[in-house]
Design a protein around this ligand. Structure first.
Ligand code: ATP
Ligand code: MG
Length: 432
């Protein structure tokens, strides 16, 4: 297919065609309606070449430092580049080939850097665009990028690249779509077991029973492939700030654990009830044997207008759990199970929990039967032996938490022993 692109300006129907030369790469970094800084983008790499003006720096992305009144360009550029689709995302190579685009960063400007997880965007300098006219919370977006990312055939002469899929993070294939009038994130699993969508549904059941604030996921089949579906938990007035960004706000002293550093940063930023939120996440991740709770898989919510921190984000992305990539025998033995984000072992991480008293174990009666029921929907992807192994390992882990709960719960693991040294997300790129 020979692909042409519609210019985003013209798609919006707002800007006269040809007004910009294409050489002019100056933009305003915007936070909703507030100009934050003037930047110049490199037309080849898509990165931030220069910062030419500082406007409302209190609205900079969390974790971008200002030194003697000057914005740290490296940090701002890291943040900007991390808005693009990760190069290791499953299927991204083929998508870039179809799009005839060299790198995912080059897609950022096609949608003004807009996202459905926060409220930042870039406005070509001297243009009169307003956030309300273009944000994806209130305005429609193209399905072309989503189709291409999911490997669906797109039979069109001119592709419309204005999509929040250009700024979505994560390694699994995914797309945003409006389903029944709701903004939804649709996400695949990874071969061979395609277990993540079912795991997300099981995790939702666990969170619901334990009254843990969470993003509810359901399973959707399309063309014989299972996907998870969840609604957008961000609104036009809020934004997700990942734990990674939170932890960039202060330097971590050598004698401070990853866990303590996260809590300290949250407390300094004024995030309410953070310890309880983290306690709940650690317990749930233990029960689910989650292996990929890296620092971009949890975070805090900020009011995008007032900049006030509202609290720990509802738990999302729990799919890389329940032995999603392991053999049944490994699931049974529990050997080789990874743990993130604080400790390298789930047992060690559980010691960080300060309070177990909120756990209503009665509410977990029947959870393994519910998990079995959800997973049996996976059909040929999850056979009977695998299903048995998953369910009995989950039961064992619940029993372990039950046994521990009256005796511990003082955060006794809050030191450097067994700390995770590097934060790396699970990589599914072999399944490209
Ligand atoms: N329901 C949602 N509403 C708003 N933003 C979301 C939602 N779910 C995920 N996100 C954002 O999209 C990113 C990618 O989603 P998610 O973590 O589910 O993908 P993933 O491919 O499973 O990630 P990973 O690489 O960690 O496996 C998240 O890190 C978060 O920033
Ligand atoms: Mg993720």
């Amino acid at each position: 297919m020979d692909v042409q692109f519609k210019e985003p300006e013209r798609q919006m129907g707002k800007l006269p065609a040809g007004k910009r030369s294409g050489i002019d790469t100056s933009y305003l970094l915007m936070h909703k309606n507030i100009p934050v800084a003037e930047i110049v983008l490199d037309t080849v790499t898509g990165g931030i070449l220069r910062i030419t003006g500082s406007l409302n720096l209190e609205h900079l992305p969390v974790g971008v430092r200002i030194r003697r009144g000057i914005v740290d360009r490296q940090r701002l550029n890291d943040w900007w580049i991390s808005r693009s689709i990760p190069a290791g995302r499953s299927g991204v190579r083929q998508a870039l080939e179809t799009l005839k685009v060299a790198t995912p960063q080059m897609l950022l400007t096609k949608c003004f850097g807009l996202s459905l997880s926060d409220q930042y965007w870039i406005r070509p300098k001297d243009e009169k665009l307003e956030w309300r006219e273009i944000n994806f919370f209130d305005n429609p977006f193209s399905e072309d990028i989503g189709d291409i990312l999911l490997g669906k055939p797109v039979h069109k002469e001119a592709l419309d690249l204005r999509s929040p899929d250009n700024t979505s993070d994560g390694f699994l294939k995914k797309r945003w779509k409006i389903l029944n009038g709701e903004l939804c994130l649709i996400k695949a699993g990874s071969p061979p077991f395609m277990q993540q969508p079912f795991n997300e549904a099981i995790a939702s059941a666990l969170f619901r029973r334990l009254c843990i604030p969470h993003v509810p996921y359901t399973v959707l089949w399309d063309d014989g492939i299972p996907y998870s579906v969840c609604g957008d938990f961000i609104t036009r007035d809020t934004e997700l700030v990942s734990a990674w960004r939170v932890m960039q706000t202060r330097k971590r002293p050598n004698n401070i654990s990853v866990y303590r550093h996260f809590i300290n940063c949250c407390e300094a930023l004024g995030v309410p009830e953070i310890v309880h939120g983290v306690d709940q996440m650690i317990v749930a991740d233990y029960i689910l044997a989650n292996e990929d709770r890296h620092l971009n898989n949890f975070g805090v919510i900020r009011d995008a207008n007032t900049l006030k921190m509202l609290g720990f984000a509802p738990i999302y992305d729990s799919g890389s759990s329940l032995g999603y990539d392991k053999l049944a025998s490994q699931i049974r033995s529990g050997v080789g199970m990874e743990c993130k984000p604080f400790k390298k072992s789930h047992e060690e991480q559980l010691k960080l929990v300060t309070d177990f008293s909120w756990i209503d174990f009665k509410a977990l009666d029947g959870i393994t039967a519910e998990a079995r029921n959800i997973l049996s929907g996976a059909g040929e992807y999850v056979d009977a032996a695998r299903l048995d192994a998953i369910v009995s390992a989950m039961r064992r882990r619940i029993e372990k938490v039950y046994a521990l709960s009256p005796t511990t719960g003082k955060g006794s693991g809050d030191d450097l022993r067994g700390d995770v040294e590097e934060d790396i997300a699970a990589d599914y790129s072999e399944s490209n």
